[in-house]
Ligand binder design. Structure first.
Ligand code: NGQ
Ligand code: ZN
Length: 454
């Protein structure tokens, strides 16, 4: 049993002082008591909050941070970035992926993310042949998760087509492609490969409306059972235009027409949507997966947060391309995008008097948890003990209290405000450093240096 005591903590019913959290050997919280002495528990001065769940990551892309910031073609858009990304992934082997993913997950934990939903599509060998073990790459992700301690929701990607309506895939996509039957085997093998990882969940991720047909989407979703379903949708205007040209409907409408979208679903990006689509997404109870740093980096556009929230919509945040990994920055940019577009302030707060940092945190926490589909995201009995301890002496937090701590972290801080992190009751970050930081960095460095020479 691990017993922790924090000077302050954010509990399900609000801020509390002198909080004792008892964690059982499985990593779940057994008991929480507020206003109590340490009584034998280890005392930590600081502000304990539930760790955020990152709902969208392509871990391998951490290895190409900064490599696509030079204009590659006249258009200078998302599709040119994608070509660079495809070239980068074309030579990665499983150990490369494990090394890069470990670095990404260590950085996530250091910044305040305690869980990651890995949208994983790099399945096959460079020439497109499946590995002897179809879950070879899933196991590499599993090793990275184990090394970092992060809670993994692994989402094997179903990628069958290259264009709307079942068009052929391109050469650059051959490492991703499976028909429904081979995908079913991959899914089974991935579940087996991750069985020993504490609390790992395996869901599915039809890659995008471009990569499936209505029939194959319904088939893989039905076959997967009651698991998280994540899909990229309407990230770029070109996708909307191509989808309308193909079927007369927009991507978000198409997904709702063709598939049983419900609370298990995470609609990633959903950037380009009409008022009608916003209403349908809110009504479906799906989570919209916003990835503000990536959406800014790739020039995607801005999701209409206010009208979505007015209708009870749910969102979480993801680090997606991992060009920079920082939980507070994702929340800050999410809010700033809305401010810049609408020329307003404190947009996500909604009502007067409410804290924007708190509103962002609460919503991203709830949406992230829903997208992971499991018992995380609250300092409460039965939940995994995923705890982020903020530094009360950080310049943006010192002298503050309650929701101001979150406002200070989100708007005036970054990962450096995160002092300690426990995941499943095990301490993985101490004094701002992940315990595996040095090992992960050294292996990451060797890997990217080797890749640069290829
Ligand atoms: C991905 N990433 O699968 O990594 C995608 C790009 C695509 C983002 N959309 C590839 N951010 O959408 O086809
Ligand atoms: Zn993505």
């Amino acid at each position: 049993m691990t017993n922790l005591h924090f000077s302050h903590a954010l509990l399900p019913d609000g801020w509390a002082a002198d909080v004792r959290i008892d964690v059982d050997p499985s990593g779940a919280i057994r008991g929480v008591a507020a206003g109590v002495p340490a009584d034998g528990a280890v005392r930590h001065r600081g502000i304990a909050v539930p760790g955020l769940a990152n709902l969208h990551s392509h871990a391998f892309q951490r290895g190409m941070a900064g490599l696509a910031e030079r204009r590659s073609d006249a258009a200078g858009n998302f599709w040119g970035w994608r070509d660079v990304m495809y070239r980068f992934l074309s030579t990665l082997d499983p150990d490369d992926v494990a090394a890069i993913a470990a670095q990404a997950y260590v950085e996530m934990a250091e910044s305040g993310f305690t869980a990651v939903a890995e949208f994983h599509y790099l399945h096959h060998a460079p020439d497109g042949t499946p590995y002897a073990d179809p879950a070879e790459m899933a196991a590499a992700i599993g090793r990275a998760a184990a090394e970092s301690g992060i809670e993994l929701t692994h989402l094997p990607v179903f990628y069958a087509y290259g264009r709307f309506g079942g068009g052929p895939t391109e050469a650059g996509q051959r490492r991703f492609v499976n028909g429904p039957d081979r995908f079913a085997r991959l899914l089974e093998a991935s579940r087996a490969a991750l069985r020993d990882l504490p609390d790992a969940v395996v869901g599915i991720a039809p890659h995008s409306v471009r990569a499936v047909t209505g029939a194959t989407l319904r088939a893989v979703v039905a076959a997967a059972g009651d698991v998280p379903v994540h899909i990229h949708v309407a990230e770029q205007q070109k996708e909307v235009d191509d989808c309308v040209a193909w079927c007369g409907r927009r991507p978000v409408d198409w997904v709702h027409d063709e598939a049983p979208v419900d609370a298990r679903w995470c609609l990633v990006h959903a950037t380009h949507v009409t008022a009608g689509e916003v209403t349908r997404m809110a009504a479906s109870e799906a989570v919209v997966g916003l990835c503000p740093i990536t959406e800014g980096n790739l020039g995607d556009g801005l999701f209409p947060v206010p009208s979505f929230l007015d209708q009870g919509g749910r969102f979480g945040v993801g680090s997606d391309c991992n060009v920079r990994i920082d939980a507070a920055e994702e929340l800050r940019l999410l809010e700033y995008g809305q401010r810049l577009r609408d020329e307003k302030r404190n947009v996500v707060a909604g009502a007067p008097g409410r804290s924007t940092g708190r509103a962002l945190y609460d919503r991203a926490l709830a949406g992230g948890v829903q997208a992971h589909g499991r018992a995380i995201g609250a300092l409460a009995p039965g939940m995994r003990a995923d705890i982020v301890l903020l530094d009360p002496d950080h310049p943006a937090l010192v002298g503050r209290s309650g929701d101001q701590w979150l406002d200070g972290w989100v708007f005036g801080g970054d990962g450096r405000a995160v002092r300690d992190v426990w995941i499943g009751g095990r301490q993985v970050v101490a004094d701002g450093r992940h315990l595996a930081r040095d090992a992960a960095r050294a292996r990451f460095a060797r890997t990217v240096e080797r890749l640069a020479d290829r």
